[in-house]
Design a protein around this ligand. Structure first.
Ligand SMILES: [Zn+2]
Length: 672
């Protein structure tokens, strides 16, 4: 059986897993299942990246040794996947002893390697530059915003850093990398990302500092007689090697065959923010080490939540497991794959999730399954009916089976290209066609009339519809493994859906006379408002249950006061006024939000504020508050907010505490 080796990024353990991590991993699991269905021996590697300065700092802030900190957060990642229906074959932690062996094995090759220009690939040198602590990388001028040398990814100032380090002669690999991208246009996907990388490499490459002496939390570089300083490996060299060590590279005997069978990877999935490490550094390291290159690196986009990137600092983090607990992990998987074009940024909203659940899963697929299976139960004693071979087998019946065949073909060509949304569209066209077919042929009316002819046509219709349902269910299995398994069993098919091949799906139709299972709704309709409220509550409960050591949001003490100074004129641009709360109420479906009416002397403003967990609405009426009055209006949950309430943000949960005055102050007074 040919192999298909795919990887997710190794997730950084500086925070607990959120929906973004789940997205990458759900996609990887879907690909793994799909490749198995295509007849491949699919192998998924995932894991955690646990070294580097950020982790050293996070552990210190949590008051614990780094290893203990890593153990706790890595366990959160490991335990995240099962409830989401994700199966993996290997989970590598970069603090595993086997990983250290892998890194040292790679290092032994790099330390001896010659770069394409004939010089040693590794050398000692001094380096200074603007370093982003969060990216753990030195930044070029083009990657910094002035003033303040701000990292464009993290929106925080970089630090000037100088070190005497070991360097990798990346500059000598420019031509080889460009030749690779040229020779294999599919090496980096999607194309827009490929073009960015090509442009970056064309612009010239700087040698890469691959060791650090300023931190201890990493894998020690073996010392040499000429260099006895204590270096640890640069975290990216360390982490990238996890794709090798996770399948046995550098291990004694027993584990090795896995590496020999699986490497090179067939597909490596990464987030777009870490593409450069995977599409530039990684192939260069592998070239230097004389190891084969992966076949493809695919960079997916970001999940945006209410239009902005989910991040700790914005406090807009969603978690996947609590969503799955309320609405089913399959529904979440389906939504992410159908709604977000893979490779691009996409908006996630709980409202859209519930809407799609009700329209696509409850209405279209769920209804089709329960209609067809209920009629077979009622009219044919729970047995797959014999389709009539006679005149009643009309063009309309045959057409459905043709559509099923076409849908399967389109689905395969889309999934092969990782175009999951389009592949699912094809399956939904089939589902819609069958639902329409049932409405037009009215099998219930045929059953009522019940002549011999009606009866045989009824059998044909129900067989045809059940057969189309079988095809749709099989195609959807990689995306929704749990619920399709239920429909599969209700169809009375004895074989294991997770072991189904595309060949079986095409060539093994339902057997007439087989008994179908007990009909139960797989996607019950969900009341929208109530479900949204439950989704919100589940998020909050999950945030509270996280161990304090893996902060859900950066605690204020970790956030240094901005280094950048502003002019008084800049400050005066912010128009802050004293106001009095006239009315306050909860915003429906949003447990954090209050809608306030605030009197600022000249007018009464409507403001939506995220303080509902800290303040009961009735406790606010009559209270003086401070608002930012000249903020652009924006909509929260469809309600326009004209200004912002000023509050301190306290503790790990960023609890809001309103600003108040000891003396009485008239409404509308300006703060300056
Ligand atoms: Zn950064």
């Amino acid at each position: 059986m040919p192999k298909f080796f795919l990887t997710t990024p190794l997730y950084y353990v500086n925070a607990a897993p959120h929906l973004g991590h789940a997205y990458s991993t759900m996609v990887a699991d879907t690909i793994r299942r799909y490749q198995k269905m295509r007849g491949y021996d699919a192998f998924l590697l995932t894991g955690t990246d646990e070294h580097g300065q950020n982790i050293e700092r996070a552990a210190k802030a949590a008051g614990m040794p780094p290893q203990k900190y890593c153990d706790e957060v890595a366990a959160l990642f490991r335990n995240e996947w099962q409830p989401l229906g994700i199966e993996f074959d290997s989970f590598i932690r970069t603090t595993d002893a086997s990983h250290t062996r892998g890194v040292l094995a790679l290092w032994a090759r790099l330390a001896q390697a010659k770069a394409p220009d004939g010089q040693p690939a590794i050398y000692r040198g001094k380096y200074g530059g603007w370093y982003c602590q969060r990216c753990e990388v030195f930044k070029d001028d083009s990657e910094l915003r002035q003033p303040g040398n701000v990292c464009l990814v993290h929106e925080q100032p970089c630090e000037w850093t100088e070190e005497e380090n070991l360097f990798f002669r990346l500059s000598a690999y420019q031509e080889a990398l460009l030749a690779l991208y040229e020779r294999d246009p599919e090496f980096i996907r999607p194309e827009t990302r490929r073009n960015e990388v090509v442009a970056f490499v064309r612009g010239g490459l700087r040698d890469l500092s691959i060791s650090r002496t300023t931190i201890q939390w990493g894998i020690p570089v073996p010392q040499t007689p000429e260099d006895t300083a204590k270096h640890v490996f640069y975290v990216w060299l360390d982490a990238l090697t996890g794709y090798l060590s996770g399948i046995g590279y550098g291990q004694p005997d027993a584990a090795k065959p896995a590496f020999e069978r699986l490497w090179p990877a067939d597909l490596q999935l990464v987030g777009k923010e870490i593409l450069r490490f995977h599409a530039v550094y990684w192939p260069a390291f592998l070239m230097a080490a004389g190891l084969p290159l992966p076949a493809a690196i695919f960079a997916h986009g970001w999940l945006l939540f209410e239009e902005s990137k989910m991040s700790k600092s914005k406090g807009n983090i969603l978690r996947a497991v609590p969503i799955g607990d309320v609405i089913g992990a399959d529904a979440l998987r389906y939504f992410l794959l159908r709604e977000i074009p893979f490779g691009q940024d996409g908006n996630f909203s709980l409202e859209a999730l519930v809407s799609r659940y009700n329209s696509d899963l409850a209405n279209d697929l769920g209804n089709l399954a329960s209609r067809v299976l209920t009629m077979i139960t009622r009219y044919f004693h729970q047995e797959i009916p014999y389709p009539s071979a006679q005149a009643q087998h009309s063009a309309q019946d045959r057409r459905i089976l043709e559509i099923a065949e076409q849908a399967a073909a389109r689905y395969v060509s889309c999934f092969d290209r990782l175009e999951f949304g389009a592949g699912l569209d094809a399956v939904w066209e089939l589902i819609a066609a069958v639902n329409k077919y049932l409405v037009e042929t009215e099998p219930w009316a045929l059953a009522e009339r019940g002549t011999q002819d009606d009866r045989s046509h009824l059998a044909t219709i129900l067989y045809t519809a059940a057969e189309a349902l079988r095809v749709a269910t099989g195609l959807l299995a990689p995306v929704m493994p749990d619920s399709t398994g239920k429909i599969w069993r209700q169809l009375g098919i004895g074989s294991d859906l997770s072991a189904l091949s595309l060949d079986d799906l095409r060539k093994t139709p339902l057997r007439t006379g087989d008994k179908i299972g007990k009909v139960e709704p797989v996607f019950p309709r969900l009341p929208k408002e109530e479900t949204l409220a439950r989704l919100q509550q589940a998020q909050e409960a999950s945030a509270r249950s996280l161990p304090a050591k893996a902060p859900a949001a950066g605690s204020p003490s970790e956030q240094p006061v901005s280094a950048e100074r502003i002019k008084i004129d800049d400050f005066l641009k912010v128009d802050m006024r004293v106001g009095e709360v006239r009315a306050a109420e909860r915003v429906k479906g949003a447990s954090k939000l209050l809608r306030l009416e605030v009197d600022i002397g000249t007018e009464v403003r409507q403001i939506v504020a995220g303080i509902a967990e800290a303040y009961a609405p009735e406790s606010l009426v009559g209270k003086k508050v401070v608002i930012v009055a000249n903020l652009e209006p924006r909509k929260l949950r469809g309600i326009e907010s004209n200004g912002m309430i000023v509050a301190a943000s306290v503790g790990k949960e960023d609890r809001p505490v309103l600003v108040t005055f000891v003396e009485d102050v008239p409404n509308g007074a300006r703060l300056r």
